[in-house]
Design a protein around this ligand. Structure first.
Ligand SMILES: Nc1ncnc2c1ncn2[C@@H]1O[C@H](COP(=O)(O)OP(=O)(O)OP(=O)(O)O)[C@@H](O)[C@H]1O
Length: 264
C-alpha cells in the first residue's frame, strides 16, 4: 500500500528559479493495485515517483509505504520496500557485470552488505528459472555481460531484478519509452503479468495515453503539480484515448503539440 498525504515539493526555494513541482498531492493506492500516471511535460510525474523512491524529500506532507513512514528516509533506507525500472535500459543495471551478477545484486537490495556468497547453486537455479519465464532464451546466457543485451531484453531482465528482493512497491518511469513498439508491448505484457502474480503495488508513468488506459486498474492525470483526474472501474473503461487528449488540450489551453501523447 502507498499513501501520500498533502505532498508539496518546492525546488529552489527563495531563488528566482523557485518552482512548486507538487502542490498538495494526496493519494492512496491499495496493495496490488496498478496505477498509471499521465500528464504533460513538467506536470510533476517524475517528482511524484521521486517522492516515493526517496530521491525527492517533500517540503510538506507525509509518505507511507505499507505501514512504514518513509517521508524523510533516503533512497537506500527504503530500497527494500521500493523497486524501480527506469526509462533508460542502461540505468537500472550494471553493463559490465553478467546477467547473473546483476540478479544476485538485485536479490540483496535493501540488505546489509556482508561476506555472504551471492551466487550459490540454489540461487543460480532460481535465477535461471525466473529468467526462463521471460521466454527470451536468456537463461542460457546468464554469464553474458548485461551490455550485450538489447534495450528490450535489458528492460525485461530489469523487471525480474525489480521483483527479486521482495519489495511491495514497483515504480515504472516510462520504462518502455525507449523501446520499439513490438518490444514495448512485450515488456508491457510482462509487466502486467509480474505485477499480477506478485501483487505489487505499482505506479507507472507513461506518455502513451493508450498504455495508460490499457494497463493497470486506475489512471491519474497530473497538471501543475496537482491531480486533475483520477479514474478507475467503469468510468475508466468508458474513457477513450481521445477523451484524455481533449483533457490535455483543455488543461494546457492550447493545441496539442506533443506527438508522443498521441502514439498508441
Ligand atoms: N531538481 C529540480 N530542480 C528544480 N526544478 C525541478 C527539479 N526537478 C523538477 N523540477 C521542475 O519541477 C517541475 C516538475 O518536473 P517533473 O520532472 O516532475 O515533471 P514531469 O511531469 O515528470 O515532466 P516530463 O514529462 O517532462 O518528464 C518542472 O517544472 C521541472 O522543471
Amino acid at each position: 500500500m502507498i499513501s501520500v498525504k498533502d505532498i508539496k515539493v518546492v525546488f529552489g526555494r527563495g531563488t528566482p528559479l523557485q518552482k512548486q513541482a507538487l502542490n498538495g498531492v494526496s493519494l492512496t493506492i491499495e496493495q496490488g493495485s496498478f496505477v498509471t500516471v499521465i500528464g504533460s511535460n513538467g506536470a510533476g510525474k517524475s517528482t511524484l515517483l521521486g517522492v516515493l523512491a526517496g530521491d525527492v524529500i517533500p517540503t510538506e506532507g507525509q509518505v507511507l509505504i505499507g505501514k512504514s513512514e518513509v517521508t524523510r528516509k533516503s533512497t537506500a533506507a527504503r530500497a527494500g520496500l521500493v523497486a524501480r525500472v527506469f526509462q533508460d535500459p542502461l540505468t537500472g543495471s550494471c553493463g559490465s557485470l553478467s546477467i547473473e551478477e546483476n540478479l544476485a545484486l538485485a536479490a540483496r537490495r535493501g540488505e546489509k552488505r556482508g561476506l555472504v556468497p551471492a551466487l550459490g547453486g540454489k540461487r543460480r537455479d532460481y535465477f535461471k528459472e525466473r529468467i526462463a519465464e521471460l521466454n527470451l532464451g536468456l537463461e542460457n546466457r546468464l554469464k553474458d555481460r548485461m551490455d550485450l543485451l538489447s534495450g528490450g531484453q535489458r528492460q525485461a531482465v530489469s523487471l525480474v531484478m525489480a521483483t527479486l528482493a521482495g519489495s511491495e512497491v514497483l515504480l515504472l518511469d516510462e520504462h518502455t519509452a525507449a523501446l520499439d513498439p513490438g518490444m514495448a508491448e512485450f515488456v508491457m505484457n510482462l509487466t502486467q503479468k509480474i505485477v499480477a502474480e506478485r501483487k505489487l503495488t505499482t505506479m507507472m508513468v507513461t506518455h502513451s495515453m493508450r498504455q495508460a488506459l490499457d494497463y493497470g486498474h486506475r489512471t491519474i492525470m497530473l497538471h501543475g503539480g496537482e491531480i486533475v483526474l483520477d479514474v478507475a472501474g467503469d468510468n475508466r473503461k468508458n474513457l477513450q484515448v481521445e477523451d484524455l487528449i481533449a483533457m490535455f488540450r483543455k488543461m494546457r489551453g492550447q493545441t496539442l503539440d506533443d506527438d508522443a501523447l498521441l502514439i498508441g
